[in-house]
Design a protein around this ligand. Sequence first.
Ligand SMILES: NC(=O)c1ccc[n+]([C@@H]2O[C@H](COP(=O)([O-])OP(=O)(O)OC[C@H]3O[C@@H](n4cnc5c(N)ncnc54)[C@H](OP(=O)(O)O)[C@@H]3O)[C@@H](O)[C@H]2O)c1
Length: 261
Amino acid sequence: MERIVVVGAGHMGSVIVRGLLDGLPGVEVVIVEPSAERRASPDGRAEVAAAYDPRPGDLLVLAIPPQAFESFADGLSPKACADTTVVSIMAGVRLETLASALGTDAVLRAMPNLASRVGQSMTVLCPGGQVRPDGVERAERALSVIGRVLVVRDESLLDAATALVGSGPALVAYLAQSFMGFARGSGFAAADALVLTSQVLRGTADLLTEPGVTPESLYRQASTPHGTTAEGIATLREHRVGESVRAALEATTERARELAG
Ligand SMILES: NC(=O)c1ccc[n+]([C@@H]2O[C@H](COP(=O)([O-])OP(=O)(O)OC[C@H]3O[C@@H](n4cnc5c(N)ncnc54)[C@H](OP(=O)(O)O)[C@@H]3O)[C@@H](O)[C@H]2O)c1
């Protein structure tokens, strides 16, 4: 039976485990979590272990903090990962570092996001050059239980993906806070303000998936000359909101690059 081992039962690890249990019923799922307190398996369907006990052919998903990686790798026996495909979701830990610390070239990096909690992650997956196509497919299939997966071959794209995808929900939530504040200030109750804001975001996201629709075509279509939306867009331009958002993404990317060393 195929086995997937998830190391780290924190926010992301737990969500991935739940997704695997629900989405890939024929797969054996094991959680590795050294903390006895956290070792309570989500709904008891997954096996829980205090340490990784390798089995040939494992898919190992590393969902631990980057600063815990060195001690995790040091705790493994020298050939532990020789026949393992490793997917790391740790921000900023390069493929080269993973491969040399784990003693295998079958390493992939992935950048998911918080929307995995609602099955709507956008995950960018980058395989190392030595990963066989079936290894990429396996990793893609495992991560698709938490949302959509885009495979890229250029590892340097992961710094931008960390900003766009990893930090994306927080950046969008910050902008959504202005919609909320406006709705509250206009007299809507807090609960209604949240429904209005979230439904506008959801509807816009769905419109952008229609064939031929782009952000520009959408806002141009909605902006009749001298109409209300045109006034709003003109004000956003005047305040250089587009440039500010781009600067925020560039600063986030730069920080991701610095942290990766
Ligand atoms: N949260 C996000 O939106 C997001 C997005 C993309 C990528 N990531 C990446 O995902 C990883 C996990 O993030 P998170 O938010 O889930 O963090 P988290 O909630 O702090 O979870 C990390 C878990 O790993 C456990 N752990 C630490 N060292 C371990 C070891 N040696 N062996 C096994 N388990 C160990 C921790 O246990 P203790 O608490 O007992 O130490 C904790 O349960 C990070 O590397 C982060 O960069 C997160």
